[in-house]
Design a binder for this molecule. Sequence first.
Ligand code: PMP
Length: 455
Amino acid sequence: MEFQNRKEPSLSEIDVAHHLHPFANTKEYREQGVRVITGGDGVYVIDSSGRRYLDAFAGLWCVNVGYGRREIADAVHAQMISLAYYNTFFGTTTEPTARLAERIVKLAGPDMSHVFFTNSGSEANDTWLRMARLYWTSKGMPNRKIVISRQNSYHGSTIAGASLGGMRHMHEQGDLPIPGIVHIGQPYWYAEGGGLMPDQFGILRARELEEKILELGPENVAAFVAEPVQGTGGVIVPPETYWPEILRICRKYDILLAVDEVITGFGRTGSWFGYQHYGLRPDFCSVAKGLSSGYQPIAAVIVSGRVADAMAHEGGVFQHGFTYSGHPCAAAAALANLNILEREDLVGKIQRDLGPYFAKALHSLNDLAIVGETQAIGLLGSVQLVLDKNKRLRFSKPSDIGMIVRNFCMERDLIVRASQDRILLAPAFVITHEQIDTIIATLRAVLIEIVAALS
Ligand code: PMP
């Protein structure tokens, strides 16, 4: 990669000299260089050496309609020429912004009435946190401030987002969480379920919410937040008993429910939203990635009618917003993306065909001794790596084994992600059966090779 006498530095060298990457160890990057991605087409990306990879992670679980959609580029181009930007602050809007809000609410179902636009999923979570507190203040209960979240959840990287998240390594950097955010256990049966059956464990973990509410006093609790399926934490599909019990508890104590659908929103589970899959009725739903399939940075909080009405009637000014809230070019990209999802019936295809096919292929890995469990929902999947399958014994350094598998896959031109000792898959919705077979066959070959090397 490095040529000492070269006059012109390579892009990789320029990058590591001047660019600080997210979630990166700068020292490592300086030593190893970075890969420069130059093109994308369907489910494939190409790097600067001309090498082509099957991207089984859709960028960062976002390029749901696949790479290279000219239709979205054309929509953004046309919008830039007619009106590149206008704000949504002082009683103004733009056409794509208004149309996108309407379109999202229609997909979200009858309980949802409004959309607040942000640029990122993190900002969406910051936004509903502030909105939830305003809601309770407007209802005459200003003490209802505390938000209950879960360990090993991911809700973004802003101060509030990282505090809402339950990632210990993030909390350790910088005295997080901020006050007013507390965490309960996660429904990760494989790692934490002990001798319980998954369904028993699901109930137990959901009841931690009730215990926490009673400990804090319901009069002090604003909301509970969760990803319908934990994403970054490991694509952890909760036991079936979990969500119904959470729902019962939220209703009993009149706690607002915020679902973080930054990954699951817009079809990834085979339903338009994960809360529809699980039959939840949230007050807030954070969305981002799949809204524009990553073609433009745009995110949002979808807000229930009851919260939006209270804010309108009793809330006064919501002291919150971003210069680019509802950016018309980003909104145009999102509208074009939704057109594609609907016209090609991509969500229906996941539900009927791709999801079941993907699940069956993924579960076929269970015959390997290193695979503890596989979980799949829609086009979201995970493989739990394990040292001793019978004892459910994990590797002593879970992140090492995950990275080894990830790097071996990369060597075979397959992009997957590792979260500790789980391998995560989230391909674009345009993936074919044949490409799913390639992903699973490659993963199988890699796992067999690693087991051989370890023994
Ligand atoms: N919530 C969830 C569930 C996410 O997966 C992510 C990003 N992976 C975020 C929030 C943060 O989104 P962003 O990176 O756009 O701020």
